[in-house]
Design a protein around this ligand. Structure first.
Ligand code: URP
Ligand code: ZN
Ligand code: ZN
Length: 468
């Protein structure tokens, strides 16, 4: 057999296994896996000492999303996918949110046009469902689902996006009929507004109040409610960005009742705390995201959940705003009251190095476990498997080579996102993605990005059966 390329001698992570092997690539796909491939190849890449992992799939990123008056997200598709590629990813999944009165179908057309020709890796899209009018539910969702947009995100918070319980049930019914995946942002908007009003009356406007007005019960209660609505609707559900053990316990209980529940956590809930929002001056705004990072006990609970396999997905929730910018964290001017600080932090480039270092290198999770929660499960859950997310015969050759010994200090100067800071400034990591391939072609090579390789891809039917 003739290969386009052979990746030789890496520790290859396949399913539950990690062993030294050669990977044969032809026509953009993995066509052979063997101890040794002696066949002809146009190129042989010596990967001895490196780890070959499925290219990261970050199924929770926000790119060029409409973000309120005067606020502009710091990444477009060019910068976000560049940053993602440098962080060891080969696919990202942003969310399409209609601007103003646009229909969801118009919004998708606009979003795909923004992405086209700007993607450095593959991009598949989720839909945000923030309206439940007959056109959205009866026409747009079925048409978009048929066109390869097969996962819906519902918000229980943010005044302009939150759905009522009744509306959530209406969306779930449509999702059930279509077989779409439903992901939920679980925080109780009314409770948050109540606490915010109290803070305002008390004259408390510092960034730290973002965490105070979104305490754990706000998330725990909404998680329980989301799970109950999914149970009533008889659909599987994904609870995104779980930040603490109490919300995770709700998920565990629902699973014990027999519900199919998928759970996602993010680097901020394993490595940051609410104290980061209490930094001097306006610095705390750099860490304002929802749900907020909590305390070391919540961190430990998230780590325990990760180690036990309770989390199917590890995503970044990359949602970048510039810090020193009147269109970013300070959009409301004069070092804004916490209520007006845009929610979200950058992280698409740092997600995988943080988990490789803190998870794999520190012995908390195995390499196959890393592969599942950073790539394989994302592909399976959102309809990209078996094409994406695994090193297996027939899959796209989306492969990242990691040097498991390379130590780096995360710093803004080295990152490629559009934000002007990283929440992980000075964070030491061991393990770094040194090369990657997208559909068999070099993506990261000799420390540089081969530009313009990616495109917008369609999702198939989400496979709800998979657990890790
Ligand atoms: O603060 C966050 N996470 N912003 C992004 C939007 C979301 O809730 O996922
Ligand atoms: Zn969210
Ligand atoms: Zn998000």
């Amino acid at each position: 057999m003739n290969f386009d390329s052979i990746i030789r001698g890496a520790t290859v992570v396949t399913g539950d296994d990690a062993r030294v092997a050669d990977i044969g690539i032809a026509g953009g796909r993995i066509v052979a896996l063997a101890e040794r491939l002696e066949d002809a190849a146009a190129e042989v890449i010596d990967a001895a000492g490196l780890v070959a992992l499925p290219g990261g799939i970050d199924s929770h990123v926000h790119i060029s999303q409409p973000s309120g008056p005067g606020v502009v997200m710091a990444d477009d598709f060019d910068s976000a996918t560049r940053s993602a590629a440098f962080g060891g990813n080969t696919t990202v999944m942003p969310f399409c949110l209609p601007k103003g009165a646009m229909t969801l179908r118009e919004a998708v057309a606009d979003y795909v046009a923004q992405a086209r020709d700007k993607c450095h890796l593959d991009v598949a899209m989720h839909l945000i469902v923030h309206r439940t009018d007959p056109v959205t539910l009866g026409q747009d969702l079925p048409a978009l689902h048929a066109a390869g947009f097969t996962s819906f995100k519902i918000f229980m918070t943010y005044a302009d996006m939150a759905l009522t319980d009744r509306q959530i049930l209406d969306v779930m019914k449509v999702a059930k009929g279509l077989g779409a995946a439903v992901m939920i942002h679980a925080e109780n908007e009314d409770a948050i507004e109540y606490l915010r009003d109290e803070a305002e009356r008390a004259g408390q406007g510092a960034p730290y109040m973002h965490a105070r007005t979104r305490p754990v019960p706000v998330e725990r209660e909404a998680t329980h409610r989301a799970l109950s609505l999914a149970e009533i609707s008889e659909i599987p559900i994904t609870i995104v960005h779980v930040s603490n053990g109490e919300a995770l316990d709700e998920i565990r209980r629902a699973r014990m009742r027999g519900q199919t529940v998928h759970a996602e956590t993010c680097p901020q809930y394993l490595t940051l705390t609410a104290d980061d929002m209490d930094r001097a001056g306006f610095e705390g705004a750099k860490y304002v995201c929802s749900p907020p990072p909590r305390d070391t006990e919540a961190q430990a609970a998230c780590w325990q959940g990760l180690e036990l396999g309770d989390f199917d997905l590890f995503s970044s929730d990359h949602c970048p705003f510039r810090f020193a910018d009147s269109a970013g964290k300070d959009a409301a001017g004069a070092r804004a009251n916490f209520r007006n600080i845009p929610n979200g932090i950058p992280g698409v480039e740092t997600r995988l190095p943080i988990l490789f270092s803190e998870g794999v290198v520190k012995g908390r999770i195995t390499l196959p476990h890393f592969a599942r929660i950073t790539a394989t499960n994302h592909a399976r859950l959102y309809g990209l498997a078996p094409r994406k997310g695994m090193i297996a015969i027939g899959a796209d050759a989306d492969i990242v080579l990691w040097d498991p010994t390379l130590t780096r200090t995360l710093t803004q100067d080295d990152l490629h996102h559009g934000a002007d800071y990283t929440p992980w400034e000075g964070f030491e990591v061991t393990g770094w993605p040194v090369a990657s391939f997208l559909r068999g072609k070099p993506l990261l090579r000799d420390g540089a990005l081969v530009e313009g390789r990616g495109g917008v891809i369609e999702c198939g039917q989400p496979d709800q059966r998979y657990w890790q």
